[in-house]
Design a protein around this ligand. Structure first.
Ligand code: NOJ
Length: 710
């Protein structure tokens, strides 16, 4: 029989039959190759230090590939047409928030609270990266952080496990589409499985001490949601989970992921994750690393090559062949499901024909303006009148496209990203814009202050565009001080002395410290790192063409001393009313800006909340009491004040967005469920419903109710 007559080549056969047929024809060496992922040539991804490996066309996967469709086709042809079984390679890349068209960083997107926007952005990213030869993205990141010193908070969807799961599922749908075998879709990879964000003191790559309870209650749920949404792959994490590194963790990778959740795809390690267990003090024997990772359920090894020990381990009886077969089966399953055997090559279209399309840029702009969060608006400083004659625009962000592109910007070309300075004139055609750089992000120089003061003095309002700079957050970007760097706060203070209204825009990839900035601005808009739509989206808000609707998906602390800080914390033994209550003596204990916070140009009022039991419905009347149309995110929080396993003070169980015209009101209804919403997760991961007293809160409203045993 010729290769093209083998049953696995026949797309009409059921997928599992094709997998078994192909697996049965493979040599051990071919199997090992399928479990390895390498870079070709120099790796241009700054987060990985690699010079690349020599290319073997039988290799399972290539990562950090940015060589375009034509080169991919040439390599892929070697795999498909010049190897014994012709197994196509799967090509991966970190497409985190766009490919050529830049979308807001995921943390910002979460602040839009709009899963449909996240899905739409990921669909664009899939289409663009697919055309460039990518099959698979290492996204979404579903880590749940409590510590903004960790630079990777920018990559996730904030601190709430439910929200991270909902947004992660939206990303999976966006990347993979309804049918992941179709051209224009890419496979998603949920990462980092699991608990990476629990790192100590914000140090990247650090140890994590995670109780079974926290594992099941905080860190696993977003992954479960992503698996239910059909994610084809997961990435095991770098962290050492309470003594068993994630990459060799049988409990998480097999007992939870496969046995409980029924996940059928494959797990790839993180970069060198398998061999790093030596640094973590697990084993220094490469064969043992390989055996431990594979038997735990880590199917593919990224970059390092300890899996080359597989034949020796099998021959010596230390590794069962069926463990190897199962890993290969999972990889092949994804390759078949991805349609790689039917569509191994790419059309060599010019990237411009699918990149930066007007409709993609429109989605980017919508996502950007929906992600920005209005933190302060004293005396309705914003929106600005478009009839202003003189506006000062000051600060390093105003001219910096990289501040908008943000970290992990894939193939976003900074020169294609409009800056505030580029576009602001269009939004204020009657105004003269007086620009001054003011100061750099970092460093001690105040040389530019005088020019900035002169620009501000000529103006009726000053827009200060300050920030972190595009790459201060991201992987391996841990900081003990998360205040704005350099002389930026001093510049703001200097400008504020002039007495003009000051609008502060802050671009960052993480929560920053506002106490030193807030008193010196009349309005504050947190603009994150919002990609191609950043400048236009920001101007839409400045002019009032868009009424800000973003709400924080992560808590902003007042001080680094408050970290870890997050909204769904547990009760202390002594309440605030106690005179010895454990709160800080030197600082207001509350966050600077809490989870869910964000202002609008209108006012929303909540009233007449009611809960019906046994129907398990709740209602509240929401009214737009202001003078502008606006969008409100309605957050429903649950408290379970008495439980055998004590519960967080409150936790989010649902959210919904409602748009209302001025004066309009709507009754918002929540249908809740005993097991899904009222039950808690015990330390083994089981849901437990304890009858009794509960409290639901929404906006300013709160209602207590009792649910009895059925
Ligand atoms: C290391 C990062 O932790 C991971 O998120 C990323 O996907 C890989 N490098 C590949 O670039």
């Amino acid at each position: 029989m010729k290769q093209n007559e083998y049953p696995y080549r026949n797309p009409a056969l059921p997928l599992e039959e094709r997998v078994e047929d192909l697996l049965g024809r493979m040599t051990l060496e071919e199997k090992v190759d399928q479990l390895m992922q390498i870079t070709i040539g120099a790796d241009t991804n700054p987060n990985n230090a690699g010079d690349g490996h020599s290319f073997r066309p039988t290799i399972g996967s290539v990562l950090s590939y940015s060589g375009g469709a034509k080169n991919r086709n040439a390599f892929q042809r070697l795999a498909v047409e010049h190897t014994r079984l012709g197994i196509p390679i799967i090509w991966g890349y970190d497409v985190i928030h766009g490919w050529r068209t830049g979308f807001p960083i995921p943390l910002a997107q979460a602040c839009s609270w709009d899963p449909s926007l996240i899905e739409a952005g990921c669909r664009v990213a899939a289409r663009e990266s697919y055309a460039a030869g990518i099959d698979w993205t290492f996204s979404p990141m579903l880590d749940v952080p409590h510590d903004p010193r960790w630079g990777r908070v920018m990559e996730g969807y904030g601190e709430d496990p439910l929200a991270a799961g909902i947004f992660g599922a939206a990303a999976v749908r966006g990347y993979q589409g309804d049918d992941p075998s179709q051209p224009g879709t890419i496979a998603a990879c949920l990462k980092h499985f699991v608990g990476y964000a629990a790192i100590e003191a914000g140090h990247d790559y650090a140890y994590t001490d995670i109780s079974s309870r926290a594992l099941h209650e905080i860190y696993l749920p977003p992954f479960h949601a992503g698996v239910k949404a059909g994610a084809m792959t997961l990435m095991s994490a770098f962290n050492d989970i309470t003594g068993t590194p994630a990459v060799v963790n049988h409990y998480t990778l097999t007992e939870v992921l496969r046995d409980r959740w029924g996940f059928k795809g494959f797990v790839v390690s993180d970069w060198d994750g398998v061999i790093q267990v030596e640094n973590q003090g697990y084993t220094s024997d490469p064969a043992e690393m390989c055996r431990a990772a594979l038997t735990a359920g880590n199917d593919m090894e990224m970059n390092s090559t300890s899996y080359r020990n597989i034949p020796q381990l099998v021959a010596s009886g230390r590794l069962e062949m069926q463990v190897v077969d199962e890993a290969v089966r999972r990889v092949l399953r994804v390759k078949f499901a991805k349609g790689l055997f039917e569509h191994p090559y790419r059309d060599e279209v010019a990237p411009e024909s699918v990149s930066l399309l007007p409709e993609s840029l429109e989605i980017a702009r919508e996502a950007a303006r929906a992600s920005m969060v209005l933190l302060k608006n004293e005396s309705d400083t914003l929106p600005l009148k478009t009839t202003l004659r003189h506006i000062a625009l000051i600060g390093p962000v105003a001219t910096d496209p990289e501040a908008s592109a943000g970290a992990w910007a894939a193939m976003v070309l900074p020169e294609t990203v409009p800056t505030l300075r580029d576009v602001i004139g269009k939004y204020f055609p009657e105004s003269e814009i007086h620009f001054a750089h003011g100061c750099d992000y970092e460093g001690d120089s105040e040389e530019g202050f005088a020019e900035a003061v002169a620009a501000a003095e000529k103006s009726e309002v000053v827009i200060m565009a300050l920030g972190e700079g595009g790459n201060r957050s991201g992987e391996n970007r841990s900081y003990t001080n998360i205040a704005l760097p350099g002389r930026q706060a001093a510049l703001l203070r200097r400008i504020a002395e002039l007495g003009r209204p000051v609008v502060l825009l802050v671009s960052s990839g993480r929560p920053i410290l506002y106490p030193e900035l807030e008193p010196f601005a009349n309005a504050i808009l947190h603009i994150w790192e919002c990609g191609h739509g950043a400048a236009a989206g920001c101007c839409d808000i400045l002019t009032g063409a868009y009424n800000p609707s973003g709400r924080l998906a992560i808590t902003f602390p007042r001080s680094v001393g408050q970290i870890p800080i997050y909204y769904n914390r547990h009760h202390r033994a002594r309440p605030d009313s106690h005179s010895w209550n454990g709160t800080y003596f030197d600082l207001d204990d509350s966050p600077m800006y809490p989870f869910g916070y964000g202002l609008s140009y209108t006012r929303f009022e909540y009233s007449q909340m009611s809960v019906s039991v046994p129907e398990l419905t709740a209602q509240v009347t929401l009214r737009n009491a202001g003078e502008r149309a606006g969008k409100e995110t309605v957050f429903w929080f649950l408290s379970d004040p008495e439980a055998k396993l004590t519960q967080p003070i409150r936790r989010l169980i649902a959210f919904e967005q409602i748009e209302l015209a001025p004066g309009e009101e709507q009754i918002v209804t929540l249908h809740f469920d005993r097991m899904r919403d009222l039950a808690y997760i015990d330390p083994t991961g089981r849901k437990v419903f304890e009858p009794g007293r509960f409290i639901l809160s929404v906006g300013s409203e709160k209602a207590e109710f009792i649910v009895r045993a059925e």
